[in-house]
Design a protein around this ligand. Structure first.
Ligand code: ATP
Ligand code: MG
Length: 556
């Protein structure tokens, strides 16, 4: 089979396989599943898997299940279960009535374990974990049979039942499949099916003190649910022979098949639940929904719309070889999506006061366009008056040649308003520029000069009186290096991942609105209201800048 990564066509090798299975009649329909372990929040890598599983099922008229892989009670929490459901829905997918848990199948899995024992294909092993590890062999050397491998069926059944009954402490014994300790594939060297764990399970409480391994639970859960295409990431490719062994050796109700695709990796971030959990636990970030986190909760809070995530996943496609995706790919998917939907507003992030010395009348209202490409988005009024704010960066007292914005004697356009000319610079005692005195040309109302004279820059601005103070949170990547070393990730964190601007100004209507719809602050980027906002202090997150400036900022 040839591999296709044609993101443009929306086709990939998984979808090709499904199509071929349907065409040949090998499958009558498509059932997939997304199987998160509820031990953390979902991240953007999971979004790839969700879009693939739910997306492919949808496209082929099938269904996708949400199944919690809750076989490890120690690390699992209800908070994660709730967050995962909310995140999948937010991303735009619906499992309908098909919500399942591996723990729903504990009784059936147990019965199948006894079935293997009865067939002479599983045994209880009393070796210590260390002994088992040593006897497993290596990639080049075969393993050694356990001294307990030839127990009788009766003895195995008796011991396994007593394991279930709680007679033994954690780790005292395990149930193993009896396959082949010399198998080239280490996964087939008598893998563990059940281990003893006296722990409270979020769903089954204390009903069980033995829990199935991932390998024993996963394929059989697929079979119970009549999953046809069990799609997972590449690291499970070596487990597929074991997956098939269980399906072949158990009286399962259907024959699922496992397919592997490359997991998503992105530069400047880490998609490992272990690392993300540590970042939260050790307070390197403010929580799972910190806007710097690659979690869906973090991206949502930052203002990334679900459509942008789906678009990103569509653009990267699905391949069979691992690769590293440039963060810039993600950023441009976010930018392209927001460019179409976000209304335009003006905000001044680092304000510099401008006094229009020849402006005498009362404040006037000017008309501003809400979306340049979408007239149906309408217009809004913005106040113009004698005192304004512009961006500090838009003024230079001694500009280099190519600086076309405001400087002494220079004329620029204020967006939607007038041409202004800088006449005088006011400084404080330390020599900092604190105010500009400018004149305006009343004949340029709306932004054009009747005499045809041109200016080289158009600046955004706000009325000093008719704007509201706001806090802006600017985010940069969490990590300094494109490929952070996860073994030492605390030293790899970008110390400038969050920059807070406490004295920004925004349009008053935006301050009054509780909407979390992202907006574009003209010439600045896309921003979204943060839930930390209060009635008198709005807080905005920069979702993404207008251009890719990060490479420049880190000096790369
Ligand atoms: P852990 O690191 O704890 O094993 P995980 O990231 O694999 O966790 P799971 O909850 O087991 O998390 O993942 C659910 C599904 O999401 C799995 O099918 C897994 O293959 C897929 N998945 C996880 N990470 C990625 C990724 N980076 N890219 C694509 N799919 C992923
Ligand atoms: Mg996993």
């Amino acid at each position: 089979m040839t591999e296709t990564v044609a993101a443009e066509t929306g086709r990939d090798f998984i979808r090709d396989i499904i199509q071929a299975d349907l065409d040949s009649g090998r499958r009558q329909g498509v059932v997939t599943r997304f199987p998160p372990e509820p031990n953390g929040y979902l991240h953007i890598g999971h979004a790839k898997s969700i879009c693939l599983n739910f997306g492919a099922a949808q496209e082929f008229g099938g269904r996708c299940h949400l199944r919690f892989d809750d076989t490890n009670p120690v690390k699992e929490e209800q908070e994660y279960i709730d967050a995962i459901k909310a995140d999948v829905r937010w991303l735009g997918f619906d499992w309908g009535e098909h919500l399942y848990h591996a723990s729903d199948y504990f009784e059936q899995l147990y019965a199948w374990a006894e079935h293997l024992i009865q067939a002479g294909k599983a045994y209880v092993d009393d070796q210590s974990p260390e002994e088992m590890r040593l006897a497993r062999g290596t990639l080049t050397e075969p393993g050694k049979n356990s001294p307990f491998r030839d127990r009788t069926i009766e003895e195995n059944l008796d011991l396994f039942r007593r394991m279930r009954a709680g007679e033994f402490p954690n780790g005292a014994r395990v149930l193993r499949a009896k396959i082949d300790m010399a198998a080239g594939n280490i996964n087939l060297r008598d893998p563990v099916l059940y281990r003893i764990l006296h722990a409270n399970h979020p769903r089954t409480g204390t009903a069980w003190c033995i829990y199935p391994s991932y390998d024993f639970a996963h394929g059989q859960s697929d079979a119970i649910e009549h999953v046809t295409h069990s799609i997972c990431t590449l690291e499970f490719a070596d487990h597929r022979p074991l997956y098939d062994w269980f399906i072949d050796n158990l009286p399962v109700p259907s024959q699922p098949h496992q397919y592997e695709f490359a997991r998503l990796n992105i530069t400047y971030t880490v998609l490992s639940k272990r690392v993300l959990t540590t970042l939260v636990r050790d307070k390197h970030v403010a929580g799972w929904d910190d806007p710097r986190m690659p979690t869906l909760a973090g991206l949502r809070r930052r203002g990334v719309p679900p459509a942008a995530l789906r678009e990103f996943v569509r653009r990267i496609g699905v391949a069979k070889a691992n690769s590293l995706v440039d963060m810039a790919m993600f950023d441009s998917a976010v930018r392209d999506t927001l460019n179409k939907t976000a209304q335009r507003r003006m905000a001044v992030l680092k304000p510099l006061k401008v006094v229009i010395t020849n402006y005498e009348g009362p404040d006037e209202e000017l008309e501003a366009v809400n979306h340049p490409d979408d007239p149906s988005a309408g217009t809004r009024k913005i106040a113009f008056g004698r005192e304004l704010y512009i961006e500090q960066d838009d003024f230079m007292e001694n500009p280099p040649k190519k600086f076309f914005r405001l400087s002494p004697g220079k004329e620029v356009r204020l967006r939607y308003a007038y041409f202004i000319t800088c006449q005088e610079v006011v400084k404080d005692e330390s020599g900092n520029v604190v105010e500009l005195r400018c004149t305006y040309d009343p004949a340029t109302k709306g932004g054009d000069a009747p005499d045809g004279r041109k200016v080289k820059a158009t600046l955004h601005w706000l009325s000093a009186r008719d704007s509201v103070a706001a806090e802006m949170r600017l985010y940069n990547p969490l990590f300094k290096n494109p490929e952070p070393n996860v073994a030492d990730f605390t030293n790899e964190m970008n110390p400038n991942s969050l920059e807070v601007l406490a004295d920004a100004r925004i349009e008053p209507a935006l301050a009054r609105s509780n909407s979390t719809e992202p907006v574009q602050f003209e010439r600045q980027g896309y921003f979204t209201r943060d839930p930390d906002s209060t009635a008198d202090r709005p807080v905005f997150n920069r979702t993404i800048g207008l251009r890719d400036t990060f490479a420049k900022e880190v000096g790369k």
